[in-house]
Design a protein around this ligand. Structure first.
Ligand SMILES: NC(=O)C1=CN([C@@H]2O[C@H](COP(=O)(O)OP(=O)(O)OC[C@H]3O[C@@H](n4cnc5c(N)ncnc54)[C@H](OP(=O)(O)O)[C@@H]3O)[C@@H](O)[C@H]2O)C=CC1
Ligand SMILES: N[C@@H](CC(=O)OP(=O)(O)O)C(=O)O
Length: 333
């Protein structure tokens, strides 16, 4: 069989660059093409000992491409998707453009890998905060059946791409430099807005946690109450989550389940100051989970609280997409 040809669309961005690194780390045997805007055409990146030059993404770019890893914003993705489809390339897309389309599987490989095979040319990678929460919660959901979650997120500036990182780096040196990715300064501040608000005051990011979690868990009745906050952290999103379950929760059982949960590292010894923190989860693929405790405000014993952190550029985006790619390749063989 000839080598797969894989393309990264948006190869120069935060997620695209991480995809390149994930493909290298996981030794994916492929011919690789890199695409971005005209601004980046001609830049070169090393991959498996070769130098690969970035090309401007054009209508004919996807000719002879087997699989596209998409890492561009929604409007750009929507523009190039018909070009990829014209050339029958399978797309694993990181934008939110197609996530809720009923014909597009929305996949976290640790949770619903069986959905990958239902694809009709597009597989969507979920929102980063959703991936981190659901990887942390999945085993608890299987055991206790979560029917409601109350979530507060603390999201890193790199969630807003390369521009977000530059804003924080510039402003810690000179706080008068205006933000380009955020509505207010982010250094020495936090901003309780990620995405636009609807008429009820709920932001796009907050809706994603509900709607995408329902689709991934195949549970249209799941209730989610979420507040998403941008914090002056470079990398790794953190989340405080209260879950309300059908079954009474047992914290020892929860710890036992999380000890062996795929994609999870239990870091839960608060007396010895051991709990998840974004500095510890950056640049690795596991979601750290800790601060496990019963909800003292719920006398019925059906709710518990935890804190989790995960690298949203890796597991929240690039790693998850490359795991889907590996599952696709495995199924083809
Ligand atoms: N950052 C994160 O933590 C996460 C991001 N995502 C999603 O992943 C996608 C990429 O995000 P991120 O990497 O952060 O974004 P960046 O802004 O860092 O990167 C955007 C990429 O898109 C390219 N691009 C821009 N305009 C065009 C164009 N006209 N034609 C072709 N390519 C273009 C850019 O190329 P150039 O350099 O040439 O401008 C760059 O490679 C988004 O949909 C985002 O929502 C999902 C989960 C997490
Ligand atoms: N919105 C997320 C990152 C992201 O790009 O998510 P999405 O792909 O769902 O728009 C953040 O800013 O932290």
């Amino acid at each position: 069989m000839s080598k797969l040809t894989i393309a990264i669309a948006g190869a120069t961005g935060a997620v695209g660059q991480q995809m390149l690194q994930c493909l290298e780390e996981r030794k994916i045997d492929c011919e690789l093409r890199l695409f971005a805007s005209y601004r980046s055409a001609g830049k070169a990146f090393s991959f498996q000992g070769k130098e690969i030059v970035v090309e401007e993404l054009k209508e004919e770019s996807f000719e002879n491409i087997d699989i596209v890893l998409g890492a561009t914003e929604n409007d750009i993705t929507k523009k190039w998707m018909p070009w990829a489809q014209k050339h029958h390339a399978v797309v694993i897309d990181n934008s939110s453009a197609y996530r809720l389309d009923p014909n597009v599987p929305l996949v976290i490989p640790e949770i619903n890998p069986e959905d990958i095979q239902k694809h009709q040319g597009i597989i969507a990678n979920p929102n980063c905060a959703t991936i981190i929460a659901l990887v942390a919660l999945n085993q608890l959901h299987q055991e206790f059946h979560i029917h409601r979650m109350i979530v507060s997120t603390y999201q890193a500036v790199s969630g807003a791409g390369v521009k977000g990182v530059k804003d924080l780096e510039n402003q810690v040196k000179d706080p008068s430099i205006p933000s380009t990715a955020f509505p207010y300064p982010i250094a020495f501040n936090l901003i309780p807005q990620i995405g636009d608000f609807d008429e009820n005051g709920i932001s796009k990011e907050e809706w994603k946690l509900q709607n995408e979690s329902r689709k991934i868990w195949h549970d249209p009745n799941l209730l989610v109450n979420c507040t998403c906050v941008r914090v002056p952290i470079l990398r790794s999103h953190s989340e405080s989550i209260t879950i309300e379950c059908d079954q009474p929760v047992n914290i020892d059982k929860a710890r036992e389940l999380l000890e062996s949960a795929e994609g999870v590292k239990l870091v839960d010894d608060p007396q010895n100051q051991q709990y998840p923190m974004p500095l510890d989860t950056s640049d690795q693929d596991l979601v750290f989970v800790g601060r496990l405790r019963k909800d003292p405000s719920d006398p019925t014993g059906h709710s518990m609280i935890l804190f989790c952190c995960g690298d949203q550029i890796r597991k929240g985006a690039a790693t998850n997409a490359v795991q889907i790619l590996q599952a696709l390749i495995q199924n083809q063989n």
